[in-house]
Design a protein around this ligand. Structure first.
Ligand code: IVH
Length: 703
């Protein structure tokens, strides 16, 4: 039932309506439908939802329940009588071979038990017999339907309104996990439709947004939107940049040459998945399970709910399907969903809250990040009270005000994210957010370079920046001072021991030893980590200095090309840009950095304290001999390797001249297979052109 406390943040129309819902008559039903249609339009058409998915589902279920109890009141235009729509006029529309339906939703064991009872009734399954359910991940991306004819991918389409979809063949062809050719004919299949979901890995999504932020572009709300949007890019090249991945979960249609339906030849849903996996599709069959009875289904769903965050893709629930295709047939479909399947939705990751205040953080290069302080809300088991607002443009584009009700979403490790402000709930007391003009730490006037989204504090000596810089300096990617993390830096700074980078190398270990929580042993350990770090190659030192735009890659390039860090004092912009991959912006920043006498002094001070400033063996380029065993070859590792880790294997291959690639394609030369190799091996075999090597054979190349 719809609870009062879930009404916070609903628009006035929904709130008013909910007051009248208790007494059900035809008028209230019409209103309920109107509210649902309105929210569908906000979500699908405007992409600006006003309520969370959970709230929408509660309303939808309410309508469904009333209609079930009063079938005479069902109208053909009720939201329960159609599948959702993502059609626009930009693409031509194509009919699906069979309709792409939606799924009913469940949220708890009770809902699942009701589903089980219904299946028993429809299939006349005795009480004491446990039904086999196939329980799989409910991928949260954009749905696709792929048509294969004569083994070739001939069409890709979005789900559209379920009956017709948008024709996006060129875009689907850019997705490496979708085979352009698959051996359907081996199974006598002449024409087939494969259904699935297109996703973006959470870490790729994060990088994509980081890049967009750097370029001052609007950020994607979540991986789902960027995947679904990627499918509908006008230029397939742009689609391919999103690094989309397709998981398939259903064979909607399979016919032989004479037009005979071949699906009845298969006994279970599981076998259709195995068939698709064998054909080279990414199925995720190893992530799903055939469960005996509904209790086992529930515990498998809960298990996945607990580990959903650690899974690299977004999943918003599980899908439970009757495994036996004969029993599926007995259950049939409603106009909206198959009766033999149901979604189990995980706890909501969206909720509404109040925007209380905005604080401003100073980053290591001085970028000012606004951070929203919100009334704490619990999202999928985590309490959220602070959310990054990225930059000033984000605040403006979302029209945020202090005191606003905001819709908050949490997707994987990527977000919390403010989806939007619920401006309909404003009462006039909301206050505008005033972006500061001066640094909140050192009061220097903020600057914004052309083409950058963030305001920056230009003062290299700003205390807040120095703190962040020291934290970066000791971190794993920079000087990698083992055991020296943020908390030590903050503590030592508060004690007045750390004012700038050189202080890290003149710490008083006797004083550290006497600190609470330390002792001789840990002080000694810290000392030895710092001593080790002093000998680091200069590529690490350069990266640790936090020079704007100087990343790891360019630090490595510069380190290869300079004998001593202080020689960079004499470099001109052209000396830098002469090097491949070094652009004019970072070149200017380097020149400015070394033109500043304080910076040179700081480096000399560090050198005096024993920090290495001279090129080391590790900085010098490794020359790969033309006789190395894998020169010019592209290589991929699959399955679990027994004698070394994946990274180690890749480094070994690179050292022997190979180029590591991430997917099987016609361009792949060698596939090294470890244990339990799956679809990559199948695909490579199908291609025929790839040399398949065991781990032992790979190792033998080095003997
Ligand atoms: S089965 C006829 N299985 O969830 C069967 N759907 O409302 C209907 N989805 O957007 C779909 N993972 O694309 C099915 N393992 C899975 C799924 C899945 C994600 C999506 C589907 C659609 C929505 C269903």
């Amino acid at each position: 039932m719809y609870k009062k406390d879930q009404q916070k943040g609903l628009n006035a129309q929904t709130k008013d309506f909910l007051k009248t819902i208790e007494t059900v008559g035809a008028d209230q039903l019409t209103d309920l439908r109107k509210v649902l249609v309105y929210h569908e339009w906000r979500y699908y058409v405007l992409n600006e939802p006003l309520v969370s998915d959970y709230e929408y589902d509660s309303l939808y279920k309410q309508l469904e329940k009333i209609e079930q109890d009063n079938p005479g009141l069902i109208t053909p235009d009720s939201p329960t009588q159609r599948v959702s729509n993502d059609l626009t006029s930009d693409f031509s529309s194509v009919p699906h071979l069979t309709p792409m339906l939606s799924l009913g939703n469940s949220y708890n064991l009770e809902d699942l038990s009701d589903f089980d009872t219904q299946i028993r009734k429809m299939g006349k399954v005795p009480e004491d017999e446990k039904i086999d359910y196939h329980v799989e991940l409910k991928f949260d991306g954009g749905s696709i339907a792929l048509v294969y004819e004569n083994d070739l991918l001939v069409r890709g389409a979005t789900r559209g309104n379920g009956v017709k979809g948008e024709e996006i063949t060129s875009n689907t062809k850019t997705i490496p996990s979708i085979p352009l050719k698959a051996q359907f004919s081996k199974h006598k299949i002449h024409k087939a439709e494969i259904r699935g979901e297109v996703l973006i890995r959470k870490d790729v999504f994060k990088q994509l947004n980081e890049q967009r932020q750097k370029e001052g572009l609007t950020l994607f709300a979540n991986p789902r939107n960027s995947a679904a949007g990627g499918l509908r890019m006008k230029d397939p090249k742009d689609a391919s940049k999103r690094k989309l991945v397709a998981f398939v979960y259903q064979m909607g249609f399979a016919q032989d040459k004479d037009g005979k339906n071949l699906l009845p030849g298969l006994k279970t849903h599981r076998t259709t998945l195995e068939l698709m996996a064998n054909l080279g599709f990414k199925v995720g069959e190893d992530l799903s399970k055939v469960c005996k009875g509904i209790k086992e289904v529930f515990s498998f769903c809960k298990k996945w709910e607990e580990k959903r965050e650690s899974y690299p893709y977004e999943i918003d629930g599980m899908v439970i399907k009757v495994n036996s295709l004969a029993l599926q047939e007995k259950c049939g479909f409603t106009a909206h969903h198959p009766r033999w399947a149901i979604a189990f939705k995980f706890k909501a990751k969206q909720a509404s809250s109040t925007l209380l205040d905005v604080e401003y953080q100073v980053g290591k290069v001085g970028s000012i990040t606004p951070v929203a302080k919100i009334e704490p809300v619990s999202l999928a088991g985590v309490t959220i009270s602070s959310i990054s607002l990225h930059n000033e443009e984000f605040i403006t584009s979302k029209d945020l005000k202090i005191g606003d009700q905001v819709l908050v979403e949490r997707a994987g490790d990527v977000i919390p994210y403010i989806v939007k402000s619920l401006s309909d709930s404003r009462d006039g007391s909301e206050m505008p957010i005033e972006f500061p003009t001066n640094c909140p730490s050192c009061q220097t006037a903020l600057v914004k370079s052309e083409g950058e989204a963030a305001w920056r504090c230009p003062n290299y000596d700003c205390e807040a920046q120095v703190l962040q810089r020291m934290i970066h300096h000791v971190s794993k990617d920079a000087m990698d001072i083992d055991g020296f993390g943020r908390s030590y830096v903050e503590r030592f700074q508060a004690l007045g021991w750390l004012k700038n980078l050189p202080d890290i190398y003149r710490l008083d270990y006797a004083a550290i030893e006497d600190l609470e929580g330390f002792g001789a042993k840990s002080a000694q350990k810290l000392r030895s980590s710092i001593e080790t770090a002093k000998k680091n190659p200069i590529k690490r030192l350069l990266y640790s200095l936090v020079i704007h735009h100087l990343g790891k890659k360019v630090s490595t390039i510069l380190a290869k090309n300079v004998d001593h860090v202080l020689d960079l004092q004499n470099w001109t912009i052209e000396d830098y840009t002469h090097l491949k991959d070094v652009g004019p912006v970072v070149a200017q920043n380097m020149v400015d950095f070394f033109a500043n006498a304080d910076h040179v002094e700081m480096l000399k001070e560090m050198e005096g304290l024993g920090v290495n400033l001279s090129q080391t063996e590790d900085d010098r380029p490794k020359v790969i001999s033309q006789d190395a065993p894998l020169v010019g070859k592209s290589i991929l590792f699959t399955g679990s390797l027994q004698t070394m880790g994946r990274k180690e294997a890749q480094e070994k291959a690179a050292g022997a001249g190979a180029r590591n690639v991430s997917a099987v394609s016609g361009k792949l030369d060698i596939l090294v297979v470890g244990e339990k190799a799956g679809s990559k091996l199948k695909k490579a075999r199908a291609l025929g052109s790839v040399q398949i090597m065991t781990e032992e054979e790979f190792n033998a190349l080095f003997n």
